[in-house]
Ligand binder design. Structure first.
Ligand code: CO
Length: 211
């Protein structure tokens, strides 16, 4: 069997499975979505958002890109963020990195990989900000793991610096930004950072919405 046919066959089995438990499963799903969480993760095939968090369709609004980056000129990510926060009114944004991330590893190297170099350049900047700490780590795997963590924490701050998130906080809305890391070796998620309306932001990134 051609490999893509397996997917279509598995889809039919999945539909039967859902209908056997809830005959109105798709009728209910079709009506609306009210996810409580926005998940921003890596495109890596080993970190499926719903599966590792035990969520069903309809529970997570998902955006994934290589190395889970928040780039302030990325209109794809910004559109997802704005829609999730302002229209769906999610209460939690989870930015999830993972140990063993190829994007982070390549950013630590000097490999020329084509267009992707431009995306990974943002990770090199994080390396530059934390060079002293990272260069003090002799073990290459440990350095890689630490940059995975620093990248997640940096992206949490990047999210907090968007006007989209700041506007919710200014209006007294409830929105928490979580930074997590997934361990491919154990399957476990670990909390690294958290920001909410009370968190301190570097003043230069604060917007004055009144003026
Ligand atoms: Co990755």
């Amino acid at each position: 069997m051609e490999s893509h046919k397996k997917l279509l066959l598995a889809n039919k089995a999945w539909v039967q499975d859902k209908l056997s438990i809830h005959p109105d499963y798709f009728a209910r799903m079709e009506k609306t979505q009210t996810p409580e969480y926005l998940w921003i993760g890596c495109s890596d095939s080993r970190v499926p958002a719903e599966e590792v968090t035990g969520r069903e369709p309809g529970e997570l609004f998902v955006h994934r890109n290589i190395a889970n980056l928040i780039i302030h000129t990325d209109f794809n990510m910004l559109s997802v963020l704005q829609y999730a926060v302002e229209v769906l009114k999610v209460k939690h944004i989870i930015i999830c990195g993972h140990y063993g991330c190829g994007g982070i590893k390549n950013a630590l190297s000097h490999k020329h990989l084509g267009l992707i170099n431009k995306w990974l350049r943002h990770i090199k900047d994080i390396y530059r900000f934390h060079r002293r700490e990272l260069d003090a780590i002799a073990n290459e795997d440990a350095k890689w793991r630490r940059l995975v963590e620093l990248n997640v924490m940096e992206q949490v701050t990047n999210l907090a610096e968007t006007s989209i998130v700041q506007q919710v906080w200014t209006r007294g809305g409830v929105l928490t930004v979580h930074g997590w890391v997934y361990d491919l070796h154990t399957g476990l998620l670990h909390e690294l950072a958290l920001m909410n309306a009370e968190s301190a932001l570097d003043p230069i990134f604060k917007f004055d919405f009144e003026s």
